[in-house]
Design a protein around this ligand. Structure first.
Ligand SMILES: Nc1nc2c(c(=O)[nH]1)N[C@H]1C(S)=C(S)[C@@H](COP(=O)(O)OP(=O)(O)OC[C@H]3O[C@@H](n4cnc5c(=O)[nH]c(N)nc54)[C@H](O)[C@@H]3O)O[C@H]1N2
Ligand SMILES: Nc1nc2c(c(=O)[nH]1)N[C@H]1C(S)=C(S)[C@@H](COP(=O)(O)OP(=O)(O)OC[C@H]3O[C@@H](n4cnc5c(=O)[nH]c(N)nc54)[C@H](O)[C@@H]3O)O[C@H]1N2
Ligand code: SF4
Ligand SMILES: [Mo]
Length: 762
């Protein structure tokens, strides 16, 4: 239930009285966005429990959701726009000044160097995508063409492979899969699979089902697995190639599926045949017999689903590994049937699934998924190339902390003419901005994510604000709209027509929108802010920023009509109303496995299996190096493990972390002993780019020569009062250790899981 103005006023009048109402919301810490119910005590989120009516999470939460008040109230919030003064410090300015100066700054960069020299970064985190949906309007207003976000350091290689094969994003059917494969994925900690711990336990307990975990570490997920392929770090390509060779060699392929639903199988099979299984088994450190039994189990299963994640996407040969992973389920016919891999609907696709790509203006890096690879960004700035980026706009992201090679990224920021950061706090990135704009938190505005990737019931939840915006903060749509207007980009006539049409109802509005878009070319690009300014005010409870869902509901009706109707929505308008009013979220499409074929865009509905460039890379494995370590850096450091006590950089406080406050360096007992490191002692971790100190934990879950540091620590948090004062760092800021050049040759995605390092007593 949304909080009315009267309720808010009552809460303000008597802050001491806890509000007994359970308000609906969602967790903002990972892509699952579990539905929540919360009780407020003034502005404090006092009690949190899972929402049983949420159609995806059904009451489930993990340990982290219960700490969400640390996001809302734990850090130091920004309450005024900040401008960097001549002496380098920040000064508070009012919003009118901020909007005027930033618009003037953007216009100056555009007029001198072209709008394409403004790079947009971010636009949403794990819990907030609604605001970022308005970013496109500002990009259009400026004439910008380049953007990037965290997907370009994890998922773009996979997206490119998916584009070639099933033509778009694929997802497992976890509730029904007979064999579930987790490849470089630890759902027990990182989730990704809805209700992950429950689902893992169900698979583990069921003798008819099998869980295969491919991970160098004996993780909590591996503990529940039937088969744990404990690869040597970074050798997944050899492991998967060997499994493919076994499938081919033992004739375990689904020939019917290959004949009726694919093309190019002969090319793939011919090449895989030549792989030396024993040699590849040795390369990945797994007994050949274990690989054979895994391959046989996959081939004889009624259904197989797989989930690949950072363990391979942040490691060597990542795009090739994506391809080999997908060949395993395709050669065994595990697509578009119950329990197998599926295509699915979206409310708004997170990325572009295209085989073609643009390249970056300076270094010519491939922009897979349509976005600039994160690792290439500093190279696109630190140069005197005339097409270099001159300005950067950052929203809901912390790239000075989350991108490889922090030092170089900060150097790049300093070389720009203009940096604007939108955030709730003065982050590591915001500290290097020219302007910082304080945003309302994710519990102070209407919010949603477009992590709508489920099958068969795909869920979307629109969250109503729990609290009024903190005084001094604005919402992102408000900011995008104001700056586009200040730039003079808002088409006035179209706006007048649309405002009038909005008063006559949504059907009239839609017709008017189509007409104005034909009459004025600017309308399409500026559509988000036009919607916000004209349809927005007609929406109830101050939900102006929800206006963007109106065209998105039309999109769902157009592209996934049958699925939408099966979910009980007879039209786009009905779906929009359901999304607007249902606080626990709605199933927006109900898909059947065979519907996956309707999402395959290829004309002949056949999946083309051969990707020549990646087959060439597969050939290269025969001679490729299995490890990147050296005498100087003999350890593989996993720079970014997901743990029970990590959540990207969303909590800007150390207090939320009950255990492991500093984020220990985990390593094998034998390594620790050899180095003279006792549990609890301090070690120095040295890489080619930097060094840092960490507390040691010894654990035989890790292989010798492998060590792990957690993701998201090492924030520079205010140690005194005031946001702009001195700071203190707890834990290792991982990207002070990583090197931007260590990246996948196809996708440019970083090798954060494979950082050659040396560990020594501190
Ligand atoms: N608790 C928590 N959950 C989160 C997040 C968080 O910060 N904390 N972040 C969210 C985000 S943004 C993401 S992208 C997901 C990521 O979710 P995951 O990818 O599951 O998380 P990681 O722990 O980074 O990596 C997964 C596994 O890869 C293994 N691995 C390391 N090297 C290799 C290798 O060479 N080969 C293989 N096969 N495996 C390897 C690690 O041992 C680890 O168990 O998690 C999300 N969920
Ligand atoms: N070495 C190493 N680096 C990594 C990783 C790793 O494993 N190892 N993981 C990578 C991965 S998978 C990911 S996804 C990225 C994540 O890194 P980023 O994409 O940079 O995102 P987050 O750390 O989630 O930071 C989210 C930001 O949004 C801000 N924020 C929160 N709420 C709001 C709001 O309502 N409005 C606005 N405007 N801002 C808000 C937060 O304060 C925070 O600054 O890190 C990547 N970097
Ligand atoms: S799995 Fe945990 S972190 Fe992820 S959304 Fe649910 S409660 Fe939040
Ligand atoms: Mo991520």
């Amino acid at each position: 239930m949304s909080r009315t103005a009267a309720e808010s006023a009552a809460a303000r009048a008597d802050e001491q009285v806890a509000d007994p109402v359970w308000h609906k919301s969602a967790c903002i810490l990972c892509e699952c966005n579990c539905g929540l119910q919360v009780q407020l005590d003034g502005r404090r989120i006092a009690k949190i429990r899972g929402d049983k009516e949420h159609p995806g999470s059904r009451g489930y939460t993990c340990n982290k959701a219960l700490r969400l008040d640390h996001y809302q109230n734990g850090g130091v919030r920004l309450t005024s726009p900040l401008r960097r003064a001549a002496d380098g410090t920040f000064e508070e300015i009012d919003w009118a000044t901020a909007i005027r100066e930033i618009a003037a700054g953007l216009a100056a960069v555009r007029d001198q160097h072209g709008g394409e020299s403004v790079l947009f970064y971010g636009g949403g985190g794990q819990g907030n995508h609604l605001g970022g949906a308005y970013k496109g309007a500002l990009m259009a207003a400026v004439g910008a063409r380049y953007s990037s976000n965290a997907l370009a350091q994890e998922k773009t290689g996979e997206a490119w492979v998916d584009a070639h094969l099933a033509g778009g994003h694929t997802v497992g059917d976890w509730e029904r899969a007979e064999v579930a494969i987790f490849l470089g994925k630890n759902p027990w900690q990182s989730h990704g699979v809805p209700r992950a711990r429950t689902v893992l336990q169900q698979i583990s307990k069921d003798p008819a089902r099998t869980m295969i975990v491919i991970d160098p570490v004996r993780t909590e997920s591996a503990d529940l697995a039937d088969i744990h392929l404990q690869v040597r770090p970074g050798t997944d390509a050899w492991c998967l190639a060997a499994i493919l060779a076994i499938l081919v060699g033992e004739d375990l392929l689904d020939h019917d599926f290959l004949a009726s639903h694919t093309s190019g199988a002969e090319t793939v099979v011919a090449q895989v045949k030549s792989i030396d299984v024993s040699a590849y088994a040795a390369a990945c450190g797994i007994a050949e017999e274990q690989l054979r039994s895994a391959a046989r189990r996959i081939a004889t299963a009624g259904s197989v689903s797989t989930y690949e994640d950072l363990g391979v996407q942040h490691s060597l040969n990542s795009t090739l590994v994506s391809y080999l992973n997908k060949l395993i389920w395709l050669l065994t016919g595990n697509f578009a049937k119950p329990g197998a891999m599926q295509r699915h609907s979206w409310v708004a696709p997170l990325s572009k699934w295209k085989t073609t790509y643009r390249t970056t203006p300076v270094t010519g890096a491939r922009m897979l998924g349509g976005i600039v690879p994160c690792n290439a960004i500093p190279d696109e700035i630190l140069t005197d190339h005339p097409k270099r980026f001159r300005a950067m706009w950052v929203d809901s992201a912390n790239p000075a902390h989350s991108l490889a090679d922090t030092q170089r990224f900060i150097e790049a920021m300093a070389a720009l003419d203009l940096v604007v950061v939108l955030d709730v706090a003065l982050t590591e990135t915001a500290r290097h901005a020219d302007y910082v704009l304080p945003c309302a938190s994710q519990f102070e505005k209407w919010e949603a994510t477009f992590f709508t990737t489920e099958h068969p019931h795909n869920v979307f939840q629109l969250r109503a604000p729990l609290l009024d915006p903190l005084p001094g903060t604005w919402t992102e749509p408000q900011i995008y709209s104001a700056i586009a207007r200040e730039l003079g980009a808002t088409p006035a006539r179209a706006e007048r027509i649309l405002r009038a049409a909005a008063g006559r109802g949504r059907a009239a509005y839609t017709l008017a929108f189509a007409a104005t878009a034909v009459a004025d070319k600017r309308v399409r690009g500026l559509a988000p802010t036009l919607l916000y300014e004209t349809l927005g005010p007609t929406l109830p409870d101050g939900a102006a920023s929800v206006a963007i869902l109106w065209p998105l509901a039309q999109r769902v009706a157009l592209t996934h009509r049958a699925g939408m109707k099966r979910a009980g929505h007879r039209s786009a308008a009905a779906l929009f109303d359901a999304m607007l009013t249902n606080r626990s979220g709605v199933v927006f499409t109900e898909d059947r496995p065979e519907d996956s074929w309707s999402y395959v865009p290829h004309k002949d509905k056949r999946i083309p299996l051969a990707i020549p460039e990646l087959l060439a890379a597969l050939d290269g494995l025969a001679s490729g190096p299995h490890a990147h370590t050296s005498a100087q850096f003999p350890v593989v450091l996993m720079a970014g493990q997901r743990r029970a006590e990590s959540a990207n950089t969303i909590f800007r406080t150390t207090a939320w972390r009950a255990r492991d406050p500093e984020g220990a360096l985990r390593m094998n007992p034998a390594d620790a002993e050899r180095l003279g490191l006792a549990a609890g002692s301090r070690a120095r971790v040295v890489t080619a780019r930097g060094s840092a100190f960490a507390v040691v934990t010894v654990d035989d879950r890790y292989q010798p020569g492998h060590a792990a540091l957690p993701n998201g620590l090492g924030l520079d948090l205010p140690s005194g009062r005031g946001e702009d004062g001195p700071t203190e760092r707890t834990g290792v800021a991982l990207n002070t250790l990583t090197d931007g050049t260590r990246r996948d040759p196809f996708a440019g995605t970083p090798w954060h899981k494979h950082v050659p390092a040396r560990i020594e007593p501190a």
